[in-house]
Design a protein around this ligand. Structure first.
Ligand SMILES: [Zn+2]
Length: 417
């Protein structure tokens, strides 16, 4: 038998590429390839331009190329380039941020001069900028996106990410799924044979090109034969803020996050006695050390007010936050602090970045948890739930989840191999 692995460990493995991929729409085929084939076969227009009116060049930004060098190679004068880059705001097109690998399209005149009339730069599968050289105008545009709801199921053989991958699904699902259950981490130790079902939405351009995950609407995690439901529900109609609740409208959220960052590993737990790696002597370690790369954002584990944002020789740069009269938390060895004393912070808000200031042998955050002025091990505490759903929302919620629950219950679990 394989040992059950800890659920939060997944979060961690995934954390790094989530950071790097957040802005980018997932793609397996180069963007321009897709646009070329699909657009040309189905429509005579590309980015709103009638192809028959232009000499059209599809290309991709190569390493080291700039807007200027691209224009130059197509006969546009440096003076014109200057007028364009100075005149068009970054919000429409940031000319300094042209990335290699991104597709672009040139619309040239059909006459012998082959003058560049329009330049279209694809920022992502959805967003693009149109630069018109004659009028010196730019426009930021988006392709129409359709949303499709889908369902799936999987079984854990080695990890959730492997199961999602085996099902041929977007790896971003793993992260969202793990986020939903992140407050229950110690409770869920996923095991081989644990199953899950999901109802989720995907974005498509022109109905065919996959453009990323939109949302997870409902999830069930079956752990040791018990089912844990999660439904996404809008709790604030003015901000559109949503949250996840179970089939009884109980929040999945806790007052405290399990950890103050997406970490690589726990390098030292709370203990009354350990050999201090820097001071070379036995002493209590009244914190939990989470190892992570320098610069990893550190979050406040709960809402609160910053009571200290300071430096000492031992702690390095650190922040302390009071959450209630009873609870405070403290975060040490930061490379940089991001909050000031007196500032109000929300759960999950960035308060600083991982470093190794003070007495530290490597980049990590030492997380300290205070109850009534005494330091304790948060993993051994019975910690409060987050704010429950408002009573008046409950009837709306039950009506809302009813069809979703029927739907997800009809999805078959993938069988255990
Ligand atoms: Zn520590």
């Amino acid at each position: 038998m394989q040992r059950p692995f800890k659920f939060h460990f997944l979060l961690i493995i995934l954390s790094f590429f989530i950071y790097s991929c957040q802005d980018d729409v997932k793609q397996t085929v180069p963007e321009n390839e897709q646009v070329k084939t699909i657009k040309l076969e189905t429509k005579p227009k590309v980015f709103g331009f009638d192809l028959s009116n232009f000499e059209v060049v599809f290309d991709t930004v190569r390493r080291g190329e700039t807007f200027g060098t691209i224009m130059d190679s197509h006969g546009v004068s440096p003076a014109k380039v200057y007028q364009i880059t100075e005149g068009i705001p970054d919000s429409i097109m940031n000319f300094r941020r042209i990335n290699s690998g991104k597709p672009y399209v040139l619309f040239k005149s059909k006459d012998s001069t082959q003058r560049v009339q329009h330049f279209v730069y694809q920022k992502s599968l959805i967003d693009y900028a149109v630069i018109s050289l004659d009028s010196l105008k730019g426009q930021a545009k988006s392709k129409p996106v359709t949303i499709k709801q889908k369902s799936t199921s999987g079984v854990i053989s080695s990890s959730l990410s492997a199961a999602i991958d085996e099902a041929g699904l977007d790896y971003l699902l793993t992260n969202r799924f793990a986020d939903i259950y992140q407050w229950s981490v110690d409770f869920f130790r996923l095991q081989k044979g644990d199953q899950f079902k999901l109802i989720y939405k995907e974005k498509y351009i022109d109905d065919t090109i996959y453009a990323g995950l939109e949302s997870i609407d409902a999830a069930v995690l079956k752990h040791r034969g018990r089912e844990f439901y999660a439904f996404e529900f809008e709790v604030d109609s003015t901000t559109g803020r949503t949250d996840y609740f179970d089939e009884n409208a109980k929040t999945l959220r806790k007052f405290f996050l399990k950890a103050p960052l997406k970490f690589n590993r726990i390098s030292s737990r709370y203990t009354r006695r350990r050999f201090h790696p820097v001071q070379k002597r036995w002493k209590a370690h009244k914190g939990t050390d989470y190892a992570a790369g320098t610069g990893t954002p550190i979050w406040s584990t709960a809402d609160g007010v910053v009571t200290k944002s300071s430096y000492t020789r031992g702690n390095g740069k650190y922040v302390k936050i009071r959450h209630t009269n009873k609870y405070s938390t403290q975060y040490l060895h930061m490379s940089r602090r991001a909050v000031k004393v007196g500032q109000y912070v929300k759960q999950g808000e960035i308060i600083g970045y991982v470093g190794q200031t003070g007495l530290a042998t490597g980049p990590h955050v030492c997380y300290r948890f205070w109850v009534n002025g005494r330091q304790v091990d948060p993993y051994k505490q019975e910690l409060p739930d987050a704010e429950p759903m408002k009573e008046e929302l409950k009837p709306v919620y039950f009506d809302f989840i009813e069809p979703l629950k029927v739907k997800i219950d009809q999805v078959d679990y993938k069988s255990i191999l």
